[in-house]
Design a protein around this ligand. Structure first.
Ligand code: SF4
Length: 276
């Protein structure tokens, strides 16, 4: 499904990660975007303005938070509007959720509205439910015929992270409805230099400046390097950023400008080598 990538094509984003709200039913100590019940939120009009400014081609779009289902009506409005603009075959739409508020009715609604993938990102010891809903959610997904990526470990042996990710993405491309589980651990989210927000304030990160976030796919691999690597763009409510945790300040305000490829000029990046 992935289209060939051209750095100079401002009408094509391979991957957009949009934290459309910081409202969340939980208030985790390790939350890196300061989400919680009183978190920042956008108005419906702001969400619609952001969608209007998105480019005509997006391969993958993930809606996250905060907790997307904590603002269910706004989530449905966003999904409906995105699906008016992007069809299901061309744009894979993922909801990243902690899963606490997900039930049969909400899952059916999301499927009906054209969501392709549900990612449960709370299977760890830091979230309120500490992964206890995993079994129940798995049964729910399977009852709707959803598939999950479960690689044969022997086949994956020796493959680079990039190769595994390519196989994973191919799996999601070939299956219309998929789900997955993940959580915070020392390698992911708590590791290296991911920390922002409460994770930073509460010192819940590994402070490992050798951890090269920029070389990871979800760390905007290829960012600033150009070439043909897929780049991931991140929107945090209405600020646009490359996915880079040390990134200070926004690149732009999404409702007020067209999205496009992002360049190094004007970016201020924290120097992690100086953190003790
Ligand atoms: S880590 Fe996730 S579930 Fe926890 S407060 Fe932040 S957004 Fe909510």
């Amino acid at each position: 499904m992935s289209k060939s990538f051209n750095m100079n094509d401002f009408n094509h984003i391979p991957y957009l990660y949009w934290v459309f709200t910081h409202v969340c039913n939980d208030h985790c100590d390790h939350c890196y975007n300061d989400s919680g019940p009183q978190g920042d939120r956008l108005t419906d009009e702001e969400c619609l303005a952001i969608i209007k400014n998105l480019p005509p081609v997006i391969d993958r779009l993930m809606l996250s938070g905060g907790e997307p289902l904590a603002l269910r009506k706004q989530l449905y409005l966003i999904v409906d509007t995105l699906r008016e603009k992007y069809d299901k075959e061309s744009t894979k739409l993922t909801i990243q959720t902690n899963g606490d508020l997900l039930n049969e009715k909400k899952l059916d609604t999301l499927i009906e509205k054209g969501v392709n993938h549900i990612g449960i990102a709370s299977i760890d010891r830091y979230h309120k439910n500490k992964g206890e809903r995993k079994e129940l959610l798995e049964e729910l997904f399977q009852s709707r015929g959803m598939e999950t990526f479960s690689p044969d470990e022997k086949e994956m042996e020796g493959l680079s992270d990039e190769a595994v990710m390519a196989i994973h993405q191919q799996f999601e491309d070939e299956n219309t409805l998929t789900y997955g589980f993940m959580g915070a651990n020392e390698d992911f989210w708590l590791g290296g230099n991911w920390a922002r927000g409460r994770a930073y304030e509460n010192d819940l990160w590994m402070q490992d400046h050798t951890h090269n976030f920029c070389a990871m796919h979800s760390g905007a691999k290829g960012f600033l390097g150009g070439k043909d690597n897929v780049q991931e763009i991140s929107y945090s409510t209405m600020e646009s950023k490359p996915v880079l945790p040390g990134y200070k300040g926004a690149h732009g305000r999404c409702p007020h400008r067209k999205s496009g490829r992002y360049h190094a000029a004007g970016f201020e990046i924290r120097d992690f080598s100086k953190i003790e």
